[in-house]
Design a binder for this molecule. Sequence first.
Ligand code: ATP
Length: 296
Amino acid sequence: EPVSTLVEAGSSYQEGAAALSRIAQVERLATEPVDRRTGALPGQKAAMPGPASVRFEDVSFHYRAGLPNVHTGVSFEVPGTGMTAFVGPSGAGKSTVFALIERFYEATGGRVLVDGKDVRDWSLPQLRSVIGYVEQDAPVLAGTLRENLVFAAPGATDDDIHDVLARTKLDTLVDRLPHGLDTPVGHRGSKLSGGERQRIAIARALLRKPRLLLLDEATSQLDAVNELALRDVVTEVARETTVLVVAHRLSTVTGADRIVVMDAGRVRSVGTHEELVVQDRLYAQLAATQLLAPTR
Ligand code: ATP
């Protein structure tokens, strides 16, 4: 038995040593120093201020060679303002729009432009500094509310934090918590509701002062109060920042400035809620099943 324990210890040691050497390699990787506020690399001009515009020009995309196209000839334009929602059946390719804007993947055909510039011509740190991305069911980590907010924006001041908390309607939550911002929010935010977790993720993204906010709406059901709060927050943020929302519930986006209806990797139609209920049969069906009563 002692011999076998020793042998096991030897192999654990080797695995640990290999992992440590890999960590050391990653730590030595060169990083591009970036101006935190503007996203500019040294010697480059700061990115254009104000809300960013987005354009897809005849974009085709598949995740891997041999897999079918997830996007086929996708084109749409989002001017640098307001809220644009993407709706459509599951698997239509909505979240993939965000993956291409963030350049997690590159289009296999056509072009994706942010501020009129092909995303492949941006430096990645600069592109990502323009974008705030709130993923579906974004994580809230064990730790305090403050830690959860500032980990992506370490330079944020208390004034910055209180400003985004007010904008995301979380100020009342902070007042309710026993130690305010310094209250631990529990493992994966278990002490918070789904709606509060999503708004914390939005607040965290806003602290980095993005010019383009990508919000992949949580699929989990929100209660009516949280749903209304989320809608108000997004509408408010869209006054100063371009906001793109992948919507799993029409009720949160009926007031969007434009709605892009996607189906099977293509754009079916673009319009406001009022236009689409009349013009697009698929949208009218979605509206009929999801909205018991018109929301505006
Ligand atoms: P949902 O409303 O269910 O979130 P969606 O409209 O956002 O769907 P996408 O997430 O963009 O759709 O996915 C479009 C298609 O691409 C789906 O068939 C999905 O299975 C596939 N897909 C998504 N991510 C990947 C990936 N990383 N690798 C391979 N296929 C993927």
